[in-house]
Design a protein. Structure first.
Length: 275
């Protein structure tokens, strides 16, 4: 999710195909990995607010990194309603910039090996929108980003009908090392986004379709940062109109008529590997 363009972005799965052409590739995570799992986290976002024993608001920012530059600690941007967490980006007309919601489980929940599955849909979207579901290291093996590693379970740009699944780490070279085909989605309907994190292997799924596998091969073996525990971030980043002088992956906002943008998260489940 972090996007500072002087850094090295290593893996991006954003090539896509239709449901028909992808159907022959369908493999459920359970069939491919006959591993014993134990459910350790299930958040269905019932009630009137998110669980503060599990989640914390990401602090208000005017940060250097594009994803959190416009984060505001405001519960109306991370509202729980009708069994969904509604993560939003709204437009501030007075300041001519977006205000974006973000919550995280840092220092409250993390896992090392297991499976995470998130069911979500996009109620409103538009140019400049950038919602994401992702993981960051609770106890990094290597300091600083991207050396410490980042696992992006889902990133969606603008009005795309596919999503991006991304790995960040450092190998001293700028090149993609794993590619995969992300199935088309119906953005306003629920889809599931999953990662299976195992020793020396990370698998990415959309609606139980295996998209890509990332392993410590070649240049990446020496600086492999993923054998540690990771926490969860849910956010709805958004670009501005260019006033901040920062580049945003989805490009700039061209119209504010469609705001607020909204991602609805139905549930999050995490299973640990049973050793």
């Amino acid at each position: 999710m972090k996007r500072n363009y002087c850094y090295r972005i290593l893996v991006l799965a954003m090539v896509y195909c239709g449901f028909t052409s992808c159907s022959t590739r369908k493999n459920t995570a359970e069939k491919k990995n006959p591993i014993a799992y134990k459910l350790v986290l299930e958040d269905n976002f019932d009630g009137k607010a998110y669980n503060t024993k599990l989640w914390s608001a990401y602090p208000s920012q005017n940060a250097r990194s594009p994803w959190n530059r416009f984060v505001v600690d405001d519960k109306t941007l991370t509202e729980v309603k009708n069994g969904n967490l509604l993560v939003r980006a709204r437009w501030n007309n007075e300041e001519e910039r977006p205000e974006t919601g973000a919550i995280q489980t840092r220092d409250k929940f993390s896992f090392k090996y297991g499976k995470i599955e998130v069911r979500a849909k996009f109620n409103k979207a538009g140019q400049g929108g950038w919602p994401a579901i992702w993981l960051m290291p609770q106890n990094p093996i290597y300091p600083e980003w991207p050396k410490g590693g980042e696992i992006d379970i889902m990133e969606r740009l603008n009005n795309d009908n596919f999503v991006n699944q991304v790995i960040h780490q450092s190998d001293g070279d700028f090149k993609p090392i794993s590619t995969g085909k992300t199935p088309l989605i119906s953005p306003t309907e629920y889809n599931t986004y999953s990662v299976i994190k195992l020793p020396n292997k990370i698998e990415f799924y959309v609606n139980n379709v295996l998209v890509m596998t990332h392993e410590p091969k070649g240049d990446f073996a020496e600086n492999w940062p993923f054998e540690t525990d990771y926490y969860i971030i849910l956010n709805h980043a958004c670009a501005d109109k260019g006033k901040a002088g920062v580049k945003f992956w989805p490009g700039f906002v061209t119209s504010t008529e469609g705001f607020p943008y909204e991602m609805a998260v139905d549930y999050i489940k995490v299973w640990n590997v049973v050793e």
